[in-house]
Design a binder for this molecule. Sequence first.
Ligand code: PEP
Ligand code: MG
Length: 266
Amino acid sequence: LNAGPFGELSERQRSWIDGVGLYRTEFIFLARSRFPTEDEQESEYRTELATYAPMPVVMRTLDIGGDKSLPYFSIAEENPFLGWRGIRMLLDEKEMLHSQLRSILKCTQDYPDRIRILVPMVTNIEEIHLLKEELSIVKSELIKEGFTQVQDVPLGIMVEVPAVAVMADKFAKEVDFFSIGTNDLTQYTLAVDRTNDQVGRLFEHDHPAIWKLVQQIQLAAQNEDIEVSVCGELASTLLGASGLIGLGIRNLSMKPSAILSVKKWI
Ligand code: PEP
Ligand code: MG
């Protein structure tokens, strides 16, 4: 499931999901007029974990920038999609990064073995190393403060920048799982703004170039024995789901409205 502010799932939809493959944490930032505090974030994450108990929840760190700018934290950029977005921004804004990692790690005390962290817009391996350092700093701080039961969590990256797809074999050695973001992967591979209707007909998320990259990512994950899932829109179409399954991908995450049709089709 791609979780978000879509309202309650029906019982039937719920019975057909195995977990939350993508929880876009930016929604809780977008719904406010100022940054949520660490406590507010923790409470939102706890609600999400309680709602989907006992299933696993993949929490994506803040993916602000590009098409998702916060009214209370916007900067002017000529090319926002190529700019200060996702992990690029978060690594520069340590306070924000720490409050998010702290609130997520605190939840591991009461919801052990259910949380994974997913990092958006990764472009190079150094970003992963930096994030791992910050995670270990935050974890030791929490332990010192008395949160002795905080757990390590599996760390994964969104594969949505073409360079990462091309070099997937190297990235697969650095992380615990991949989640393929076909929305951005399509945008950046085909050089088509995903929000621009003028060029909408060129936004083909089932373009052969995308299939080739997905195959490469899947093989890299398989060779390193790490999990790979797809959380972009491609997974929610019948053709897309068929192709992904054909390539050996077994984890698809999608909006609630697509679940029944894709499950039936499979
Ligand atoms: C994607 O890029 O495919 C994705 C799932 O992330 P978002 O749509 O939030 O950018
Ligand atoms: Mg994306």
